[in-house]
Design a binder for this molecule. Sequence first.
Ligand code: NAD
Length: 474
Amino acid sequence: MQRIEHIYINGEFVTPHGQEWFDLHNPSTEEVIGQVRLGDAQDAQRAIAAAQAAFPAWSRTTREERIAALQRMHAAVAAREDALMEAILAEYGAPLVRGRWMATYPADVIVQAIDALKSFAFEEQAGAATVIQTPVGVAGLITPWNSNAGFICNKLATALAAGCTAVIKPSEMSAMQTQIVAEALHEAGLPPGVFNIVNGRGDVVGEEIARNPGIAKISFTGSSAVGQHLLVTGAATMKRVTLELGGKSPTVVLDDADFAAIMPLVLHAGFMNSGQACIAGTRILVPRSRLAEFEQIAKEAVSHIQSGDPRNADTDIGPMVSQKQWERVQDYIRIGQEEGAILLAGGEGRPAGLRSGWFVKPTVFTRANNQMRIAREEIFGPVLTIVPYKDEADAIAIANDTLYGLSALVLGKNRDSCERVARQIDSGRVLINTLAHEPRAPFGGFKHSGLGREMGKWGMSAYLETKTLLGNAN
Ligand code: NAD
């Protein structure tokens, strides 16, 4: 049993003022495998004060000094890949391939921040004016459990690259990953106070970050409900806010698609990260004229998807992160049936042979309509909904008939048709016949999927204020 007692403030691991201990579970066995001591509002205030004190000096560091610091961070995080992998398997239950990606991403994303910093234009001319990008102040960084280490490293590296200092409120459910990252960052030897990490509850430590006037900017990844709340709370102190929120992403299968060829992409898009992915392609739009053919191929393909022990190399889908999340997914499987959608695969309960662990059967509903809750609400589990459409215009209308707009996938043979459809989908990202990721491109959502963008120069800009200097021309 691992006990994580300390938080990280002003360059030191310290005992929090908060007294509450929070249980960490292995979602594959439901066992308690650790405990973390949570900070409280007073701890958050100390961390914010440390970040404020460190801001003047850090904001004046040169590009080269920041690159050197980020390179040390990268080396220290990369050296802990295996420890991170083990924590991700134990406290989150990601299947092996996904887990390995999640263990390498935190270091990779620091390299991407370094690349963005190397080429970033902090100054440019606009007519007679010099336009300067200046760091906004202390950033409050709040992360979810579905890729905690990656989000900490991405947000922190970008904030530091821009010249901000930071207070991180990681997901309280991912404290093992946080501890490994904190030890790595400590080893990187950044000046005290430049980054601070306070484990704690969202409505305690997160709330203090949202309210405290010492925080100039919030970067949040999590649910749309909490994101909206942060926007409202942050408005009182005019915080700059970047939100990466939920999704109900459409996979648009065009009528010329080769169903057998695209089915692996369809299922991978939907079931990625055990369905606990903001970008998961959970609404599958299929031409009504070919629906029966699609259903038959999908049913066959899903029968080969394994949901079970994440340490088994054949496993595609691991457990849900918590009992609460498992119950929520079960509720939606019931709701889908009550709404009149047809179960093509899966259903309620655990997969055959599993008596414990928060495992869900890979589930596909078909013959749904886009007004059903299973087509509108983010389920955050391996539950996909097939919605038939009449023609291309109908497909685009259904794809856009959602509160969300984070990601979309278009699949078809004719490249022109694919691109024509892709350009009409209201979404921060549209993939065509690929699930490839481009880390240099901006990432973020339309509508309730978020506000602002992360990654590359767009991500850096979110931590900067634009200042115009005029009148000193030679
Ligand atoms: P969540 O919103 O419940 O929690 C996210 C973080 O916010 C946690 O650290 C939590 O402690 C904190 N929090 C909760 N209440 C708070 C409050 N009142 N004030 C401040 N902070 C508070 O989300 P989750 O369940 O951890 O993660 C799943 C959600 O995250 C899904 O909706 C998913 O789509 C979304 N997500 C989005 C992206 C993206 O990039 N768009 C990526 C991953 C996850």
